[in-house]
Each structure stands twice: as structure tokens, then as C-alpha cells.
Design a binder for this molecule. Structure first.
Ligand code: CUA
Length: 308
């Protein structure tokens, strides 16, 4: 919030700074007058009480008009900022979104409909471009917040909203769910990677490739895919055309940096821990402990980590 990296976040930051400056100015003025009055009009021994003033028209006009002007100025700044910070202003006719973000308990589904790419928790955008984005929720109210890029935007079930996501500089921007949505609300993190158009195109092309599907005879990887198909993973997770989109799409899970919406970094050791007992890592999530054997976990980890 204090280091804005998009025009929208800049507008919000400017409003914060100007309001703060104005408030500090008023604080200094009032404090100054009080201190001045304490010393200048101090009661001296033998001095009579001062005569009270009644009905001073000029003074009363000044202290009515002054604050009105200040409030009017603040209102103007707020109205201007709302326009700057939210250029989408609701649904934009029939324009197709570049990206769809769906909030789930407790992770983020990210879809790029034009490229048929589905991923989770890690958003990639080309730097300097603004992506027209639709926000939806699959269950309860969540709130999308990447402080350096956007205001907080609620994801309301049954009521999609739209905004423009953009970043002025390349980098990785941390975000989170900003609306309490259940037990693991705190572990509903997300990150936005803003990259050059070339890097972004390469990433998108990689994500839109079908995932590798080795035959069961192909060693660990083949066995991993078999475990995925036979041990219920497939009932909730998708791999390219197979499986379901109940949990995160795993077509290119090996290319992601985190697991469980930011609770673990994506390493083979952490993925092993996760697959052995997801409930121990993130209690309350929908993914059950399916009691895989150590061999099955090993094969699954090898396969999933290879899905770059
Ligand atoms: Cu989703 Cu809090």
C-alpha cells in the first residue's frame, strides 16, 4: 500500500498521503493555537475574568465555511480516486475477461480463458498491460487483495465483479484473502508475478501445453500418473483433459512455487509431507488424507514435480 506499483494502487496511495498531510496540517494548527492560548491568555493574579463573546458573525461564518471547504475537498479527492482506482466500474458490456479469479476455501483458481490455461494461487501478468479480470467465488465471500497493485475486491458468490489488474514494474507481488472465510483464511495467500511480455508469453505457452502422460511402464513417472488416476486424486484435481476442477488444477503444478495456497514452498520434501497428510499441514481443508503408501507418495511426488 505504501509502495504502489500500479496506477490504481498509486491513486489510493496518493489519497492516503494527501488526506494524511491535510490532517497533519489541521493537527499542527489546532495544537499551535491551543499552546499559544495557554501562554498568551494565562490567568494572572488579581486579573478579572475575561468578557465572553456572543454572536460573532465573522468568526462563526469562518468556522462553518472552513470545515465545509475541507470536507468538500476530501469528498472531491475520494470521488476522483474511486474513478482512478477502479477503471472497470463494473461489467464492461460484452467484453470477455482476460483472466478469471475464483475464490475457494482456501485457495485461488486462476483461469486464462483465451489460452485455456487453469492454474492456482500464482498469477502471471505481462508488465504494463492491464488484464480485464473477473472475480467469482465458489463458496463464501473472499476478498482479493494485492496491496501494491489493487484495492480490496470482494469475491461474492453468484455475483461476479470486474476490475483491471496491472503492474507497472516487473516483480513478484504478495497478496492475500482479506475477508475472513473460515478456518484457513490466513493461508489463502496468492502472488502476482509481473513479467516482460516475452516471458509472460513463454509462461502462458508452457501452461497451455497438455501435461505429460507417461505410460504405466515408464518407471516412477508412469506409476505416479497411475496413482493419480486410481487413488482418488482424479476425483477432485484436473490434469489437462482428465479429472475435475474441484481442487487446484495440477497440469503444471511442478512449475508453481508454493503448495496449499502459500503454506509450503513447492519442494519434493514438502510435497511428500503434504500428500502423506494434508490435514496435518493445513487442518480443515477439503483434501482428505487418502492414506497413500510411501511408495505411492514417492511416485506421485516424482510425477507431479515433473509437471513443469
Ligand atoms: Cu478467502 Cu479469507
Amino acid at each position: 500500500m505504501l509502495d504502489p506499483q500500479s496506477p490504481q494502487a498509486r491513486a489510493i496511495s496518493d489519497l492516503f498521503n494527501s488526506t494524511m498531510l491535510l490532517a497533519l496540517g489541521i493537527l499542527a494548527l489546532v495544537t499551535g493555537l491551543v499552546v499559544y492560548a495557554i501562554f498568551r491568555f494565562r490567568h494572572k493574579p488579581g486579573q478579572p475574568d475575561p468578557t465572553p463573546v456572543f454572536g460573532h458573525l465573522k468568526l462563526e461564518t469562518a468556522w462553518t465555511v472552513g470545515p465545509l471547504l475541507i470536507v468538500g475537498l476530501l469528498l472531491g479527492l475520494v470521488v476522483f480516486t474511486v474513478g482512478e482506482a477502479d477503471p472497470a466500474g463494473g461489467e464492461n458490456g460484452n467484453k470477455q475477461p482476460d483472466m478469471i479469479i475464483v475464490g475457494h476455501q482456501w485457495w485461488w483458481e486462476i483461469r486464462y480463458p483465451q489460452a485455456s490455461v487453469v492454474t492456482a494461487n500464482e498469477i502471471h501478468i505481462p508488465v504494463g498491460k492491464s488484464l480485464y479480470t473477473r472475480l467469482e467465488s465458489a463458496d463464501v465471500i473472499h476478498s482479493f487483495w494485492v496491496p501494491q497493485l489493487s484495492r480490496k475486491l470482494d469475491l461474492t458468490p453468484g455475483y461476479p465483479t470486474y476490475f483491471y489488474l496491472q503492474a507497472s514494474r516487473p516483480g513478484v507481488y504478495q497478496g492475500a484473502c482479506a475477508e475472513y472465510c473460515g478456518t484457513e483464511h490466513a493461508w489463502m495467500l496468492l502472488r502476482v508475478t509481473a513479467q516482460t511480455q516475452g516471458d509472460y508469453d513463454a509462461w502462458l505457452a508452457g501452461q497451455s501445453r497438455p501435461p505429460a502422460m507417461p505410460p504405466p511402464t515408464a518407471g516412477q513417472l508412469g506409476k505416479g500418473l497411475q496413482v493419480f488416476k486410481e487413488e482418488t486424486c482424479i476425483s477432485c484435481h484436473a490434469l489437462g483433459q482428465i479429472g475435475k476442477h474441484v481442487g487446484p488444477d495440477l497440469s503444471h503444478v511442478g512449475s508453481r512455487n508454493t503448495l496449499g495456497a502459500g503454506i509450503l514452498t513447492n519442494t519434493p520434501a514438502n510435497l511428500t509431507k503434504w500428500l502423506k497428510d494434508p490435514q496435518a499441514v493445513k487442518p480443515g481443508i477439503l483434501m482428505p488424507n487418502v492414506r497413500l503408501t510411501d511408495d505411492e507418495v514417492q511416485a506421485l511426488v516424482a510425477y507431479l514435480e515433473a509437471l513443469k
